[in-house]
Design a protein around this ligand. Structure first.
Ligand code: ZN
Length: 291
């Protein structure tokens, strides 16, 4: 009898906690045993103690939050894929790759389905720099989407890994030459431009093929969360919400997934149908998941 009551209660519990509707996360990171690191997130939550625990927590977070697909990028495309086929393999890099043959081989083997995240800003590049050109040409020919970091980066990053990092290189306007040259290239702006979110709005209005994700700005800190809210409000007002896609930018902190979902769900200026578009439908369109 007890079990029977629990079975009856389960759907109610399910609805009050997480949505049973599928979600596509357009912005996820993964690591190898060697590149994984333990550090506190800006919100103070410390990453899982080791790589194995991290992977378990990450897979659990995907399952509990009904993530049907997730674009995941590991440095140089060294992704470990899940058996369920949730992960869509990306290729993380801060600099232009240096071997077009190897790049094409990754595409042909199915190990590269999205070129990105491209964190060009961290190495002093923009996507419009000529070194990226051969790779963009390949992506256009093979119909591979390109995902570009926009906005700033973590505090003090210029003095740690990345002396050539400049915020101004994260302006979405730096993508304009690429879009002009490659009208068929499928590009999405990551982080919705962050501090340059108004320029992202302008670019979305100018280039009807362009999409954006909300990675990191839904959870990491008060300032980007403020940008996210203003960006989404204006995207709705300007009628371009159908090219805004959900992303968590989970790095070494799996809790970021649920936190981002809760943040988007908290916006009462969005209808349920707006939210479904952002969480799922827009990504289905962009990724061409249905014929
Ligand atoms: Zn990024």
């Amino acid at each position: 009898m007890k079990r029977f009551i629990l079975v009856l209660l389960l759907p109610l519990l399910g609805n009050s906690q997480t949505s049973d509707q599928p979600i596509i996360d357009m912005h996820l990171h993964d690591y190898t045993e060697a590149s994984y690191y333990v550090a506190p997130a800006p919100d103070g939550v410390v990453s899982p103690k080791d790589y194995k625990t991290y992977k378990e927590e990450l897979l659990r977070a995907l399952q509990e939050n009904n993530i049907e697909k997730a674009v995941v990028s590991t440095i140089g495309g060294k992704n470990t894929l899940d058996k369920e086929g949730v992960f869509i393999p990306g290729y993380y890099t801060n600099s232009p790759p240096t071997d077009t043959t190897a790049f094409k081989a990754l595409i042909n083997s199915g190990k590269l389905k999205v070129f990105g995240e491209i964190g060009a800003v961290y190495d002093g590049y923009t996507l419009s720099d000529p070194e990226f050109e051969p790779y963009l040409k390949i992506c256009e020919r093979y119909n591979i989407p390109v995902a570009v970091h926009t906005g700033g980066g973590p505090p003090g990053i210029t003095y740690r890994c990345c002396p050539n990092f400049r915020i101004k290189l994260g302006d979405p306007y730096t993508l304009e030459d690429v879009l002009a040259k490659h009208p068929k290239l499928r590009v999405y702006i990551m982080h919705a431009g962050e501090v340059f979110y108004e320029n992202t709005l302008r670019m979305l209005l100018q280039y009807p093929q362009l999409y954006t994700d909300l990675g990191v700005i839904l959870w990491v800190d008060e300032q980007p969360k403020d940008y996210a809210e203003q960006f989404i409000r204006k995207a709705k007002k300007y009628g371009i919400l159908d090219r805004v896609m959900f992303g968590s930018d989970q790095m070494v902190w799996p809790h970021a997934i649920k936190k981002s979902i809760d943040q988007l769900n908290s916006y009462d200026f969005l209808t349920e149908s707006d939210k479904r578009k952002i969480f799922y439908e827009n990504a289905v369109q962009f990724l061409q998941l249905k014929e």
